[in-house]
Design a protein around this ligand. Structure first.
Ligand code: 44T
Length: 892
């Protein structure tokens, strides 16, 4: 690329730095210039030739030259130019030349600044490289330029959550919270705090409250670019432009007088997450007290007027904790099964989820978040709520001391019987002396609770009379709670170590209570024996799995279904081969496991080739290999994960050569779907078709089309078909999470129209079983995706469904039945599932009366679904009526 850049300068082409000014003096009438025309036409020819020769880098430079010299050719050459750009960008990407890649996009956008395809594609590169905010910004821009552009729409919907997180809607819809903050701010300002800084202003709401209350000077800072821009729009729309100074920066970077002229008397902030400290409030407030706030009201000199003292809203917080048993948490954080899909799991070694408060590992988070009241299967409290911490935000010494404070230990009387799965944490935020907000599980609040899962592999039933010993500390600005031991009958048992490796691990059963076949006392003894009374012997070796991967591994029905479907396929293929006569295969790497070869010279029958292209960790390939006479290829990428599969293979008698790691062999990850070798085809290809969030994976149908071409006669894609189901519901919760509701201004401010631009019609990661909603219909088949015959698919379908009750249809939640073959299927709406569900929130609620027929127009473009609903005026025929409109073109 660099030599090409030199070429550009030689011919004097303007690039970013030498862009001609658009001033009037520079605007010349283009002259006819034969030499220039000659250069243009030669370069265009070269561009086309290079493109033909697949020399995309040179083609790209020629196109740049042509289009800069002769902008009139833009229309004519735009398609080829884009094509060249995308090809060249892919090459640069695979060469790791990231700067060059983005330079090319910048140059392309100089030429085509409003080209939504280029902007969207740049977003995709940014996204792949982990620049999610920037990527989301590009998708948003592409969509603004062309609202119907399906690729940008799909991309935007998938990432809008990073731009404007969904909780903004919840918080703005939470009137009680808004009102309490407003009151506290108003009181403080009226009491004399007249210079205010809003840290983490979001939409600008707290800053506007301060201004409205009469504060003389209001400043606000916001680190997210999108939120900062939104706050500027909102403040202007509310006539406060110039009266609130908004800064796009992290409060920690602010200085007096550079950013604000002098120290302020009030800091307002709601930079708290479910675990209180996760947004860095401790660090921000220490910095604010040291650099941005007036000194606090001192007890020695209480006469100092509030305008001369500094204070913070919220004034402080009280943190609570509680130990719980919860199957839903357990199956996402610990291995709960000793066997899955016919494979014994003991050899997997210790598996952890990435959520651990004890680990030093940077890749772990100390807690996850859940709304306890909405967890499927509920939870059982094992202790009373306990006070874990009190913190005064107006005391800088206390804030500074927090992280250097010694680890404190609390002993909690166990009040309930059950397995210890997690500590749940919530807090009360004291806005001032009078008013507070609680994020507790029993409150009617939009807040989630912080969940500190227990990661130990032991099954440890607690019972009343025990004492649970919990350590509380603050490290890296996170509050950490860790259950360390149980005191029973005067002895203390550590929870974080298993000193005797000979004692079998006692996996907690997936169904809740300790294995009922063991008598309770034996269960207890084995659990206790597993726990040392000594000091821990240091960190053990473990492998990390994502929470969804852990839940998948714990999902026995899913794996059993695959096992049966694979076995059936292999049997059919064997039968077919025996009809055709003995195989002529060569290069037979795999011996049959069940039917050993008769002599050393006999290589045995040709194996069946099975490819599993599941994303992340999957044991399906190993299950296939364990069928015998199968050579399985796994797409598991991480070395640690491959090691787990190798250990499982060995422990389950699967020969080493029966399982290979496909991505170690294919050079280019894009080429993941190809033949096992030139002369062979796959007997089965396992496609991972639904993401954990509840959406169809991107490019699924393209993959299926390709996969079909790589199958041997009688071979199969798993799944062969997926069927989308949905139902009509009335759910206010879904509305509250998707947009600021109602016509009324929020606290008197006009905010909704601005933030609602970031409304996304498809909600993901829903738990339909606990979603607060009224069902207004039975479930109905919405769409079929046939992976074995993609020609049979379509993009639009009308479905009629009858309302089973009167109400307002606000959303259509959906899920999938994944058909492995004619008889065997798994559902993504199932209590053992690692999948969540998704829902389309209707643009406008639709009022229905019981018995009405509703027509749902379902569209699947790429892999993004949209649904609109209308009342069917004509009396409907019974059942659902489909009208297939346009065929889904085969993507290859
Ligand atoms: N989540 C609540 C967190 N910021 C709340 O960029 C509650 C989650 C939640 N700006 C479900 C329900 C709920 N300087 O825009 C953000 C962030 C910004 C800063 C400047 C700083 N030092 C910071 C720190 C953060 O502040 C805004 C709010 S942060 C947290 C909000 C309804 N799930």
């Amino acid at each position: 690329m660099h030599d090409c850049v030199i070429h550009i300068y030689v011919v004097g082409m303007p690039n970013t730095s030498t862009r001609p000014k658009r001033g009037r003096r520079n605007r010349r009438v283009p002259r006819e210039d034969p030499a220039r025309n000659e250069l243009v036409s030669r370069s265009l020819e070269s561009a086309q030739q290079c493109l033909f020769n697949q020399d995309y880098g040179t083609a790209f430079v020629h196109y740049l030259l042509v289009l800069n010299l002769a902008p009139v050719l833009k229309d004519f050459a735009s398609e080829s130019f884009r094509f060249t750009l995308f090809k060249w960008a892919d090459e640069l990407d695979s060469l790791g030349r990231i700067q060059d890649l983005f330079d090319c996009y910048e140059q392309a956008l100089e030429l085509f600044p409003t080209d939504e395809v280029i902007i969207n594609s740049m977003g995709e590169h940014l996204f792949r490289m982990g620049f999610r905010d920037e990527a989301a910004g590009h998708f948003h821009k592409a969509l603004k330029l062309k609202p119907d552009y399906p690729e940008a729409k799909e991309n935007f919907y998938r990432v809008a959550n990073w731009l404007v997180e969904r909780w903004h809607f919840l918080m703005l819809n939470d009137r009680r919270r808004n009102h309490k903050y407003q009151q506290a701010i108003q009181k403080a300002v009226e009491g004399g705090c007249n210079t205010v800084l809003d840290i983490g202003t979001g939409t600008g709401i707290l800053g506007m409250c301060a201004k409205k209350a009469g504060a003389a000077e209001v400043y606000a800072c916001e680190l997210s670019k999108t939120m900062y821009e939104l706050a500027c729009e909102v403040v202007t729309a509310n006539g406060m432009n110039g009266r609130i100074k908004i800064l796009h920066m992290k409060s920690l970077e602010m200085e007096v007088p550079k950013d604000i002229p002098k120290r302020v008397s009030l800091v307002v902030t709601e930079t708290v997450d479910a675990g209180l400290f996760g947004e860095g409030i401790i660090e921000s407030l220490i910095h604010a007290w040291n650099h941005l706030l007036l000194p606090p009201q001192s007890t020695q000199d209480p006469s100092r007027p509030p305008s001369h003292a500094g204070r913070v809203i919220p004034a402080g917080a009280t943190v609570f904790g509680m130990a719980v048993q919860c199957l839903e948490i357990r199956r996402h954080h610990r291995l709960c099964v000793s066997e899955v899909g016919g494979l014994a799991t003991a050899a997997a070694g210790e598996l952890h989820s990435p959520v651990s408060c004890s680990s030093e590992d940077d890749s772990t988070e100390p807690y996850t978040t859940e709304r306890l009241s909405r967890l499927p299967g509920g939870y059982t409290p094992l202790t009373e709520p306990f006070n874990a911490l009190d913190i005064d935000f107006n005391n800088v010494q206390e804030l500074e001391g927090l992280c250097s404070r010694e680890v404190s230990r609390v002993r909690l009387p166990v009040t309930g019987e059950g397995l210890l799965d997690a500590l749940a944490v919530w807090f009360q935020l004291h806005l001032d002396q009078q008013s507070s907000l609680s994020t507790g599980p029993k409150e009617d609040t939009c807040w989630e609770q912080a969940i500190y899962p227990v990661q130990t592999p032991h099954n440890f039933p607690l019972r009343p009379g025990d004492e649970l010993i919990v350590e509380i500390s603050c490290r890296d600005a996170y509050l950490r709670l860790c259950s360390v031991a149980v005191a029973r009958d005067g002895r203390e048992f550590r929870l974080d170590d298993c000193l005797d490796p000979d004692i079998p691990r006692n996996n907690p059963g997936p169904s809740g209570n300790p294995n009922p076949s063991l008598n309770a006392e034996a269960e207890l003894c084995s659990a206790l024996a597993c726990l040392g009374t000594e000091q821990s012997s240091g960190p053990r070796d473990y492998t990390m799995l994502e929470c969804a991967e852990m839940a998948l591994l714990n999902n026995q029905p899913y794996h059993d279904s695959f096992r049966r479907a694979l076995a059936k396929l292999i049997t059919n293929l064997k039968d077919a081969r025996s009809v055709q006569g003995p195989s002529q295969g060569q290069g037979l790497e795999v011996m049959p496991l069940t039917d050993p070869p008769s002599g050393p010279m006999d290589p045995g029958p040709d194996p069946f080739y099975v490819l599993d292209v599941s994303e992340g960790f999957s044991v399906l390939s190993l299950m296939a290999a364990s069928q015998g006479q199968v050579k399985a290829y796994s797409s598991v990428e991480k070395t640690q994960h491959q090691a787990v599969l190798r250990r499982l293979a060995m422990a389950n008698g699967v020969p080493e050569e029966a399982l290979e790691f496909w991505l170690n062999q294919v050079e280019d990850e894009q080429a993941v779907l190809q033949r096992p070798s030139r002369e062979k085809l796959w007997s089965a290809i396992i496609l991972d078709c639904v993401e954990t969030c509840g959406l169809v994976r991107q490019k699924l149908m393209e993959k299926a089309t390709l996969a079909r071409c790589l199958l041997e006669d009688g071979g199969q894609i798993f799944p062969e078909r997926i069927v989308l189901y949905g139902m009509l519901v009335e759910s206010d919760t879904l509305l509250l999470e998707s947009a600021v509701q109602g016509q009324e201004p929020t606290l008197g401010f006009n905010i909704a129209p601005f933030i609602n631009q970031f409304t996304v019609p498809v909600h993901v990661f829903l738990d339909l079983s606990t979603l607060q909603c009224r069902h207004l219909s039975d479930s109905v088949e919405l769409f079929i995706l046939d992976l074995m015959n993609t020609n049979a698919n379509y993009t639009n379908r009308d479905v009629k469904v009858q309302a089973s009750a009167s109400g307002r249809v606000t959303a259509v939640p959906f899920w999938y039945q994944i058909h492995l073959n004619e008889e065997i299927s798994v559902s993504t709406f199932n209590q053992d599932s690692h999948w969540k569900q998704a829902a389309v929130v209707l643009h406008q609620p639709l009022a229905v009366r019981e018995g009405d027929w509703v027509r749902l127009a379902v569209t699947l473009q790429k892999s993004s679904i949209s649904i609109s609903a209308s009342i069917e005026e004509e009396a409907g025929e019974t059942g659902t009526v489909d009208s297939v409109k346009s065929p889904l073109s085969d993507c290859l």
